[in-house]
Design a protein around this ligand. Structure first.
Ligand SMILES: C[S@@+](CC[C@H](N)C(=O)[O-])C[C@H]1O[C@@H](n2cnc3c(N)ncnc32)[C@H](O)[C@@H]1O
Length: 307
């Protein structure tokens, strides 16, 4: 959805505008936006130092070094990052949530159930706990809650019980062993449907390791507050839990603060935000066939129309 994001963010990116790419990753979106809107100042955030290094290499080929700055930060630190630079407002903020292809493809980082690797899953390799720490220390109840809430896994209790049994034999330290524990814990009939049986468990652990939903919950309202009138916030989410948080955060500003029964319409009153996308936009079938990982992407964009 790169082209669509460029199309929807460039109207707010005149010369001198400040764009925050809150998840700069490998710099793909940032590079395209800098090319489409020359004269923009980019602040690119990522919690992953390997991603920032890759983004730096990519961006220097498309824009002068003075036009971008890359900062290692969790995106819920956005207000501090802007305050440190004396910025009261910015003109666009982009979130492309989740993991990067670099994180998924570097087997050693332990995000993938498809290859055996240490059970890590930290986006920031200096983060305090790995997926192995969680799997080997949480109670059965805590594990079941994580799998149910963050993986929407209906066999959360069975999987948690299997993890508890297995870790008594030996600590669970590798992705392949965990994937096998999950596979054997769920009913045989279910194993044949709905993709890899460990997919939901891995998603849930990744979200827990990185505190992903809490960061999204506080960063989206902060980004909405940070954009000036005419500024836009775009969010690309990859699962329904994230998309629901984004939808709710945007809805706050799309609703009038006044009671519904006043004899004036919301348009007459003016709400602070305007929806640029109608609900969430999904990628087209062409894009999904080129990049199957894009299948679950959902894009929402708002514009600030009043302070
Ligand atoms: C889907 S990738 C972004 C890809 C990027 N748009 C590109 O074009 O290359 C998501 C990136 O966001 C980073 N990330 C995820 N959650 C984060 C958070 N809470 N704070 C900062 N970075 C985060 C990940 O480390 C990853 O590099």
């Amino acid at each position: 959805m790169l082209a669509r994001i460029v199309e929807l963010l460039t109207p707010s990116l005149g010369p001198g505008a400040v764009l925050v790419d809150a998840t700069v990753g490998l710099g793909g979106h940032s590079a395209a936006l800098l090319q489409a809107a020359p004269g923009v100042r980019l602040i690119g955030l990522d919690r992953d130092p390997q991603a920032l290094a890759a983004a730096g290499r990519r961006l220097k080929d498309v824009a002068p070094a003075s036009s971008f700055e890359l900062v290692q930060a969790v995106f819920d630190q956005l207000p501090e990052v802007l305050a440190d630079r004396d910025l009261d407002s910015v003109q666009a903020v982009l979130f492309d949530l989740g993991v990067s292809s670099l994180q998924l493809d570097v087997v050693a980082r332990g995000f993938s159930y498809a290859h055996d690797a240490p059970l890590d899953m930290r986006m920031d390799p200096s983060g305090p706990r790995t997926a192995a720490d969680i799997v080997n220390s949480y109670t059965g109840e805590e594990l079941a809650r994580v799998l149910f809430e963050f993986g929407e896994e209906k066999f959360a209790r069975r999987i948690a019980a299997a993890i508890l049994r297995e870790r008594q034999i030996a600590p669970i330290t590798g992705t392949a062993r965990l994937a096998e524990i999950v596979r054997t814990a769920i009913p045989a009939a279910t194993r044949r449907t709905g993709g890899h049986p460990a997919k939901r468990t891995f998603q849930a652990l990744r979200i827990e390791v990185n505190g992903e939903l809490d960061a999204v919950r506080s960063a989206i309202p902060a980004a909405v507050s940070a954009v000036s009138v005419g500024g836009r916030v775009a969010v690309l989410a990859y699962h329904s839990l994230e998309d629901r948080i984004v939808k709710r955060a945007f809805a706050e500003g799309l609703r009038s603060p006044l009671p519904d029964d006043l004899p004036v319409t919301a348009e007459q009153l003016g709400t602070p935000l305007r929806a640029v996308t109608r609900g969430a936009e999904a990628p087209g079938s062409d894009e999904i066939s080129l990049n199957p990982r894009a299948r679950s992407a959902r894009l929402r964009v708002i514009e600030r129309v009043a302070a």
